[in-house]
Design a protein around this ligand. Structure first.
Ligand code: AMP
Ligand code: GLY
Length: 414
């Protein structure tokens, strides 16, 4: 099977390794890829925003499968163009990607499917905004309706801040605050079936102790020793299956990865948000733990053939820690030389924001590398991830030191 993977981050590096490890994958291409992926796949300098160039590349390479990593090409409708060209594609249509592209759309589907989520109002005027803010009270949760590259959500005690963010959005969803631990639970769907993956937890704040600004994610781990045993079954029954059924009933079946961000509240699970692609950095822990051959799995999803497929998992744990550039997330400094990348048994290093300069590897984004440790339990996995990341040299770079720490303590107590 010849495969084209679209994207260039740590998520894509992990997916590329998973695809490559499947014996069915005979040729792996990536657009645009990164220097890590380039060590074992062929990379092509095509922008993820150029739909036509991506379709042309897939045709020219005569690939059997295209796997789309990031949300932007999905919301731009590249999957529709690829399917129209007769190419099996893992990733939702433009219509189905609206589950990520519009929070108001996602709320409407959840309402029709009976999926539990925060009560909300969608507002476009000042008076609607004031009414919604006062009806819920603090803490205020204010979400830009559209894609906002991680900057769309404000959760605050300050009414003025909530109001100002709401007024800066064209359309805004204001909702009830959900209290409880958050998890990420992904499902792989062929449009009719959906297979839940084991849950992961990511760490969104920049600094230890969940302090500092929101980021794209500073680390993740899986499995979750503290989560209820039936969390996958419950999420399948209450969230994933009804969403897939509702999208199919609307004539816009969802084919690809449905990412449910969930809050485990005292009243049960509630959906915080959906994404329509693999999460980053959760993918960097889930793919190393997934035993099911990835190329065949994603091909079956793309060709409506997931009946009778069950996911298989390694018994151990994985922890991933992000190495961020100085100044991330506000104003990351790039072009720093990355002078040492260690080789540690049980640790994998994924490139997220790097590029190859004449004098060697340099940083090219805010999240530079993601380091995943694998082991028998979270303690061993953490130890390997931190041993590897602390040996990477990039001036001014930083990482959180508490990824999966509480969970590893809880695991010991079990
Ligand atoms: P997002 O940018 O959509 O990933 O949201 C960022 C973060 O905002 C989430 O991970 C939650 O921590 C928080 N958040 C979003 N919606 C709610 C809510 N209704 N209640 C509490 N926290 C929320
Ligand atoms: N881990 C958060 C995201 O991928 O959006």
């Amino acid at each position: 099977m010849k495969i084209l993977l679209v994207g260039s981050g740590g998520r894509e590096h992990a997916l590329a390794l998973g695809l490559q490890a499947d014996p069915e994958c005979t040729e792996l291409h990536c657009a645009p890829g990164n220097p890590g992926i380039a060590t074992f796949a062929t990379i092509h300098p095509v922008a993820i925003t150029d739909n036509q160039a991506l379709v042309d590349l897939a045709k020219q390479l005569a690939v059997d499968l295209v796997v789309i990593g990031p949300e932007v090409p999905l919301v731009n409708g590249v999957a529709d163009l690829l399917r129209a060209a007769g190419i099996a594609t893992f990733g939702p249509s433009k219509a189905a990607a609206q589950l990520e592209g519009s929070k108001d759309f996602a709320k409407g589907v959840m309402r029709d499917a009976g999926v539990p989520t925060a009560r909300s109002f969608t507002c476009t005027t000042e008076s609607e905004i004031n009414e919604a803010l006062d009806s819920f009270g603090a803490p205020y949760v204010v979400k830009d309706d559209g894609l906002a590259a991680g900057k769309g959500v404000v959760v605050t005690q300050e009414r003025t801040e909530a109001f100002e963010h709401a007024m800066s959005c064209k359309r805004v969803v204001i909702e009830e605050f959900l209290d409880g631990p958050e998890i990420s639970l992904f499902g792989i769907s062929d449009g009719r079936n959906i297979l839940p993956m084991q849950p992961a937890q990511d760490f969104k704040r920049a600094l230890d102790g969940d302090l500092g600004p929101n980021t794209g994610g500073m680390g993740a781990y899986s499995p979750l020793p503290w989560a209820p045993d039936d969390i996958m079954d419950e999420t399948y029954e209450k969230v994933l299956a009804p969403m897939i059924a509702e999208m199919a009933a609307r004539g816009t079946p969802f084919v690809g990865l449905l990412y449910a961000g969930l809050a485990l509240t005292d009243h049960g699970i509630r959906v915080i948000e959906f994404n329509t692609r693999f999460g980053d950095p959760e993918t960097q822990v889930l793919i190393p733990l997934l035993k099911t051959p990835l190329a065949q799995l994603l091909y079956k999803a793309a060709t409506d053939s997931l009946d009778d497929v069950a996911l298989e998992w390694e018994s151990g744990s994985a922890v991933t820690v992000v190495l961020a550039a100085p100044g991330y997330p506000q104003s990351p400094k790039i072009n720093g030389a990355i002078t040492a990348i260690p080789e540690i048994e049980g640790a994998q290093i994924f490139h997220a924001g790097t590029s190859l300069a004449p004098h060697g590897l340099v940083s090219s984004g805010g999240r530079v590398l993601t380091v995943t440790g694998s082991g028998a339990d979270l303690t061993e996995a953490r130890d390997r991830a931190y041993r590897a990341i602390s040996q990477i040299q990039l001036e001014g770079s930083f990482f959180r030191s508490d990824i999966a720490f509480n969970a590893s303590v809880a695991e010991k107590g079990n």
